[in-house]
Ligand binder design. Structure first.
Ligand SMILES: [Zn+2]
Length: 311
């Protein structure tokens, strides 16, 4: 057996409402093997953990990490709130995972796992980082002083529900409050803004199509995207003034083409400008804002790296 065959690996389990992603990750954050199974086929935590151990069987596993959506009690390692995962609420996940795997085990919120993966894979040498996920909703995972930061109620980094509009006609949010970022910068908010500015029907509009049209020179689409950047930037500015992360990454399905397109690069520049306009120069001037790179494997990689560092 060569050294690389016997070097320790870490098993990452990323559970979502649709699928369970498994990954064997080495100590340098590189994926060795992955697997994906529909959550509906496995259902319960016990089945997921047993399936994960079968996947890893015969490999030198040094620790197991689990990433879960929802509100995670980071003392009891139990979910207090979660949608689309029947049978997972109130289960002592860390204990059950440790019992089934017989290995050091750790549980982390999936947004924080993704942030931790970006932190670990970039060998950043920075202490604090935030990963903001733009899509149907607006999510945020945080690494603070080198640790995934869940908060005392499992709700740290709920950036989607930061108020960015305090005017009398601020839009109502799905949570019941008003003026929250997600209402303005979630996919539905972006489409609603396009409808409002252009008078077009919402049907057939998606953030991707708006980005494509912006790239072809459609001025209204460009304006909708730059407005979105301004909203996102305001929320990042607030985050910056509170937590002062060295790096803020933008990921998720709605990055308007990312670094590959002029539209995506302009979106990033507009976010950066919005942050600078609303923060102290020491915060906004020093904060690095970039697109995330690990995509939808980040949660699984982060779970494995949390097992490496925290279990
Ligand atoms: Zn809200």
């Amino acid at each position: 057996m060569s050294d690389s065959d016997s070097a320790p690996l870490y098993l990452g389990i990323d559970v979502g409402g649709t699928d369970v992603k498994l990954g064997l990750v080495d100590g340098a954050c590189q994926i060795v093997a992955t697997e994906r199974t529909a959550t509906s086929l496995l259902k319960t935590p016990q089945n997921v953990f047993r399936h994960a151990m079968e996947f890893a069987s015969g490999r030198p596993i040094a620790g197991v990490g689990l990433a879960v959506p929802g509100v995670l009690d980071s003392h009891a390692f139990e979910l207090r709130e979660v949608v689309n995962l029947d049978g997972w609420l109130g289960v002592p996940l860390r204990d059950q995972l440790a019992q089934i795997s017989g290995l050091p085990s750790m549980v982390v919120n999936d947004a924080n796992a993704a942030a931790y993966a970006e932190h670990a894979s970039r060998l950043l040498g920075v202490q604090s980082l935030a990963l903001i996920t733009l899509g149907t909703g607006v999510g945020c995972g945080m690494v603070v002083v080198g640790n995934p930061h869940g908060g005392d109620h499992g709700c740290a980094g709920e950036l989607g529900h930061i108020a960015i509009d305090f005017s009398a006609d601020a839009l109502p949010c799905t949570c019941g409050s008003r003026g929250h970022l997600e209402t303005y910068a979630g996919a539905a908010g972006v489409i609603a803004r396009m409808v409002q500015l252009s008078g077009e029907e919402a049907e057939g509009l998606t953030p991707r199509r708006i980005a494509n049209r912006a790239e072809s020179g459609d001025v209204l689409c460009q304006k909708v995207i730059s407005d979105t950047a301004a909203y996102v930037g305001r929320a990042i500015g607030m985050l910056g003034q509170v937590a002062d992360p060295a790096v803020v990454l933008l990921g998720g399905a709605m990055t308007f083409g990312g670094m590959e397109t002029e539209t995506g690069r302009r979106f990033l520049a507009d976010v950066q400008n919005s942050v600078k306009q609303t923060t102290l120069v020491q915060v906004g001037g020093n904060m690095k804002i970039e697109f995330a790179t690990l995509g939808n494997q980040a949660g699984m990689i982060g779970a494995a790296m949390v097992a490496r560092d925290r279990s």
